[in-house]
Design a protein around this ligand. Structure first.
Ligand SMILES: [Fe+2]
Ligand SMILES: [Fe+2]
Ligand SMILES: [Fe+2]
Length: 473
């Protein structure tokens, strides 16, 4: 039993009841598999691969080394969908044609089912933070201030940015940069929606201080300066679509996790003080990383690359970082006591850890995408061992017609894909794929996002669960 759920009434804790509600939630037409890689200006449709729900176990929380498993991806996609049903999302065009989806997305049926499954998904995903981070010791307002200022100083002195290094070192830096922008888009196109959950209520002067930060994010009501609008411009200049969640299938698990984390701590107001630590960390880290992102953009897309979004944040987040410390954190401790400091430190550390996890996941995905050719060349040797019978992995065979699309997903162990007949486009990112013909195949690395589409009248292929491909070579 997940500890946080013990306070729920027994009926709501029943795993069978959770599963029934999750499956029913997934029965909505909004979440079924699609035949397209991108979603076209429809913020309500997001594929969750709901046909797999019945096989998944969310009852035991993930450990850190399990975060990027299939169940982790599935929980993250579902949880973000539930969270965003609190936000008003409208398409840019053809509302009439999407009206039914709009009604369905905000329907009492989905709202209630989503609320029932939400706590279990949250515990499933975030329980590991309690295990990974322990905050102890005697903290005072002044020791916290020194700790946080020290962090800001270290950020100003500069640190290496592994994600930027991965982009610049990629075999296809434009693709890697776009993959990175897609990860940001999941959050930035709805920028500050999660934090705005803390705007309502009544809690004194710090409420107004937080509101000032939100007003900046919203460009003081001038739409073209709203941060999300500035980010839309950046995406468009890079040839990417700027509607929310066009690239839903290409979000990495860790990008979704980070986005969900802010929603989680902002939606559950008992975690407000944790949020103060997390927002300080985000605003402060952003000062340096936005400069690094602007530099990367110019290197990849040329000197006239659109970087206003990043430069704006290098500037404004110096204020936001200061404001959060002086006008939110310090006054909060004065009003609510030093007992909240451990929460603040916890939020700060959690934000940092999740940022590191996202960075690492991104770097691995860039390598995975870049090495499409290498993974393909590993196929013959492993397939030969299966044929000669020296290894006996579990096998599943699929027969699919032209155009059949396997929605992006991950596997928990390495797999070997072998094409019996026909042609498959094996997809490892937006507009990135390896062609596999009859007799060919590829290793699919565990936890790496991929999908497929059939490029011939029919394709017959086998998937072997090989566990660890190194051991099969
Ligand atoms: Fe912003
Ligand atoms: Fe900011
Ligand atoms: Fe797969």
């Amino acid at each position: 039993m997940i500890p946080r759920l013990q306070s729920l009434p027994a009926e709501l804790r029943d795993p069978a009841f959770f599963k029934r509600c999750l499956i029913e939630y997934g029965e909505s037409a909004l979440f079924i598999d699609t035949e397209e890689w991108l979603s076209d200006d429809n913020p309500y449709r997001r594929t969750l691969r709901p046909h797999v729900f019945k096989y998944l176990d969310f009852s035991r929380p993930l450990r850190r080394d399990e975060l990027l498993t299939y169940t982790g991806l599935s929980a993250n996609r579902t949880l973000l969908t539930i969270y965003e049903s609190d936000f008003l999302l409208l398409p840019r065009k053809d509302f009439g044609a999407k009206r039914q989806d709009f009604e369905e997305f905000y329907s009492p049926r989905l709202k209630v089912l989503g609320e029932i499954v939400r706590p279990e998904l949250e515990s499933f995903l975030f329980h590991f933070l309690g295990e990974e981070i322990s905050v102890t010791g005697h903290w005072t307002a002044s020791s916290l201030k020194a700790y946080l200022e020290d962090y800001a100083r270290s950020i100003r002195q500069g640190s290496d940015n592994k994600a930027m290094a991965a982009i610049l070192g990629s075999a296809d830096p434009v693709h890697a940069a776009k993959t990175f922008l897609i990860q940001l888009a999941g959050d930035f196109l709805l920028e500050s929606s999660a934090m705005s959950r803390n705007i309502l209520g009544r809690y004194g002067a710090i409420q107004s201080a937080l509101f000032k930060v939100v007003i900046d994010e919203y460009g003081y009501g001038v739409h073209k300066t709203k941060h999300s609008t500035v980010f839309e411009r950046l995406l468009e200049r890079c040839g990417l679509d700027s509607s929310p969640h066009t690239y839903w299938q290409f979000y990495l698990t860790s990008s979704l996790l980070l986005n969900n984390y802010y929603n989680w701590i902002c939606r559950d107001h008992s975690r407000f003080f944790r949020y103060l630590g997390a927002i300080y960390q985000a605003e402060t880290a952003f000062i340096a990383s936005c400069q690094q992102m602007a530099d990367m953009m110019r290197q990849v897309f040329g000197a006239d690359a659109e970087v206003q979004y990043f430069l704006e944040h290098v500037h404004i987040d110096q204020h936001h970082s200061r404001m959060v410390l002086d006008e939110l954190i310090m006054p909060a401790i004065e009003s609510f006591g030093e007992g909240i400091i451990l929460d603040i430190v916890r939020g700060f550390e959690e934000g940092k850890l999740l940022g590191d996890i996202a960075e690492q996941d991104f770097c691995q995905q860039v390598r995975w995408s870049d090495n499409g050719g290498k993974y393909k060349t590993l196929h013959p040797a492993i397939y030969a061992r299966i044929k000669e019978g020296s290894i006996h992995p579990k096998m599943q065979q699929f027969v699919e017609p032209r155009g059949e699309l396997s929605v992006t997903h991950v596997h928990d162990g390495d797999e070997l894909c072998h094409i019996q007949s026909g042609v498959m486009r094996f997809v490892t990112g937006h507009e990135r794929y390896t062609l596999l013909h009859a007799g060919e195949g590829t290793v699919i690395q565990r936890n790496r996002l991929h999908g497929a589409i059939i490029d011939s009248e029919e394709c017959v292929y086998n998937i072997y669960s090989i566990g660890d491909h190194q051991k099969c070579l």
